[in-house]
Design a protein around this ligand. Structure first.
Ligand code: AMP
Length: 382
């Protein structure tokens, strides 16, 4: 067992039987995360069947044994999907909860319903974290412009966010002072969706913790990732993160507690802010992702078993793989037309290039990523 591994008490669930090679993993969602999950499944001799609601550029289709295009509420398509696969997972947290419940009545689904429901609504997620006595920035449900001005009066500048369906910085706005509250509220509320305000954290850095949880309650952690965002979109992830051993251990404890509370199976990612506090550095949980995560793409090139393969292993009842890292690295997303530089990037030494096979390089769209590897310094033996 690696030093990053935390054995847990046995969970209530019966042990998962390992699915033999040749079995089929059902994946809800056809984006790049689904594509990398399908590739990881293939490495283990497993097949992937992608279920997707949109007939557009679905990069996961190119590498999967089968796919279905149908609404997430199309019960006959879901029925056929359930009978064609051996286990179901998802690559994004905006799958309707009823879809997961429908499938879970017929076939194992990991991670489970609770993890999906808690994390697809930012307010429910914050309330869950607070209930677990885990640290979060101040927040408030916002139903009127008055709620927002009250919050800013108490906590200063804030970020107003849609509670659901936001990603890559979409559906959120910084509100610097009460005079901007009315306009920000009107802008986001224009979509008639519930909102949440969060205090704007003056963070020192952003980190994420990626953990894999088995059906037997074992947890293993990848090294902490340090993330840099631009307009809400992840630009770069650096490994190792510039955090003390103490901060890293606290970040793992927080993640472990979340995983246990959610009875979690698969890869769990927790994004956190490292902020200054009068009593020392403080960790605040920003967001929980019940899935493989962009900040873990480096594991494809710097670890014997990537986050994608470990997710497949966990949900298929296989032994978890090593989460140790053999190199330092910098992962950089290729956004929009940046991917056009592929001939130069492909020629770079010590750089692993990943292109997702998307046809339209729209602005803000993740088209691929690179991971630049450097040797990991030898441990200090003094
Ligand atoms: P999110 O979609 O909530 O993860 O937000 C995307 C990015 O916006 C985060 O990674 C941060 O860089 C920034 N952000 C989100 N919430 C806050 C906050 N409460 N304070 C400061 N920055 C934030």
């Amino acid at each position: 067992m690696s030093s990053n591994s935390i054995p847990q008490n046995a969970t209530t669930a019966p042990p998962l039987l390992p699915l033999p090679p040749g079995s089929t993993i059902g994946i809800l969602g056809g984006g790049q995360l689904g594509r990398m999950l399908a590739l990881a499944a293939a490495r283990l001799g497993l097949k992937a069947h992608i279920y997707c609601a949109r007939q557009s550029d679905n990069p996961a289709f190119h590498v999967a044994a089968a796919h279905t295009i149908a609404d997430f509420n199309d019960t006959s398509a879901l029925e056929a999907f359930a009978s064609a696969v051996d286990v179901v997972t998802f690559e994004f947290e905006n799958v309707p909860a009823q879809t997961l419940a429908f499938l879970a009545a017929k076939i194992p689904v990991f991670p489970g319903q609770q993890a999906l429901e808690v994390t697809q609504d930012r307010l429910d997620e914050k309330l869950f974290l607070r209930q677990q006595q885990l640290p979060v920035p101040p927040f408030k449900e916002v139903n009127t412009p008055h709620d927002l001005t009250d919050f800013i009066d108490e906590h200063g500048p804030c970020i107003l966010k849609t509670r659901r369906l936001g990603y890559d910085g979409k559906g959120q706005m910084i509100v610097p002072d009460p005079s901007k509250a009315g306009a920000a509220f009107a802008h986001l509320k224009g979509a008639k969706v519930p909102l949440i305000a969060e205090a704007l954290v003056d963070f020192e850095r952003e980190i994420s913790v990626i953990c894999v949880c088995s059906g037997e309650g074992e947890q293993r952690f990848y090294d902490i990732c340090e993330n840099r965002h631009d307009n809400g979109i992840l630009r770069e992830t650096q490994i190792p993160a510039t955090v003390t051993d103490q901060t890293a251990a606290q970040a793992r404890r927080i993640t472990s507690k979340i995983a246990q509370a959610l009875d979690y199976i698969g890869i769990l990612t927790v994004e956190m802010f490292v902020a200054d506090h009068p009593e020392g550095r403080q960790l605040l949980v920003n967001e929980i992702a019940p899935r493989v995560h962009n900040s873990g793409h480096w594991t494809l090139d710097a670890c014997p078993v990537s986050q994608f393969e470990n997710h497949i292993r966990a949900i298929a009842g296989w032994p978890l793989g090593s989460t140790t890292r053999h190199s330092d690295c910098l992962m950089r997303n290729l956004i929009g037309t940046e991917a056009n530089a592929w001939p130069t990037l492909a020629a770079e030494a010590e750089t692993a290039l990943h292109l997702y096979g998307k046809t339209e390089a729209l602005s803000g769209r993740k088209m691929g990523h690179i991971t630049r590897l450097t040797p990991k310094p030898a441990p200090n033996c003094e």
